[in-house]
Design a protein around this ligand. Sequence first.
Ligand code: ZN
Length: 351
Amino acid sequence: MQPVFDGHNDLLLRLHQAPDRRDEIFLTGEGKGHLDLPRMQAGGFAGGLFAIWVPSPAQEGLDYLSQMETPPYDVPLPDLIGVDQAVGVAMHQAGLFHWMARASGGAFRACRSVAEIRAAVAAGSVAGILHMEGAEAIGPDLDALHLLHAAGLRSLGPVWSRPTIFGHGVPFRFPGDPDTGPGLTADGLALVRDCNALRVMVDLSHLNAAGFRDVMRLSDAPLVATHSCAHAVCASTRNLTDWQLDAIAETGGMVGLNFAACFLRPDGRDGADVGFDVVMRHLDHLISRLGEDHVGFGSDFDGATMPEGIADAAGLQHLIAACRAHGYGAALVEKLAFGNWMRVLEKTWGG
Ligand code: ZN
């Protein structure tokens, strides 16, 4: 079985929303969602980035998924969330990440380096890395970033699509271009600087074009989008245009292919009936712009509608089989599934 390292999932949110059922959700697997320990083990999910994400308070009349069923769409963004509202949720999810390591008796490990990831995988454990998607729980003093780093945080997106004090994210539009407005604020630039100093990876996936350019100008690390697709195949604002892919390639960075149906499908619909032929069109395009060493996977498990051929973490080897059937050789498949993430993380974090 080919081990797969994954750039993005939202399991911590699912656990956060049902804390009294965390044993059955994670340890035994309740058969819902996309990710739990038994299905990770069944599918060769060797490790990945686990996102802390603070949901917006329920907003009346905002039904994302039904709007994305019928492109064209332009989903209104929720309001900014204050740091006081976000801190408790973020702390809870960070705590759940460490609970997963404790409660699994070592079957899941909280890792902070590539050496720790490799050791976990060699021992047959799942290697988790703590990521934060949107920095709402960090104030302008940035002190919480340093606390989170001490708690294992190794990757951070300055914004989810909703605005923060650090910048403007990219709204969900189809069809649309990611060039949607202003980028990072002065606080956002300071956040990127401190991430660089701590060697915390800066995730570009939810930044708009201006924010992407800000990170490109400022950051001394490889540019990485943990869960994004090719705009040339699916013209969503959330996908990367060719100039963005070229910029990522120039820094030796990487893109993790998002499995979300709405970012894969050329028609922009959020329907699971999307075949591996479409997934391969994205991979071919990403590889043609970035090169074989700069593409991987970033599933968005537990955060998006999956293609029916993958369905959940247990289906990852179907994707591997599709890559082989498409003509990708063994060395390329290994790089896409695992090796490229290790290379970029090592370059970003140091040895
Ligand atoms: Zn995301």
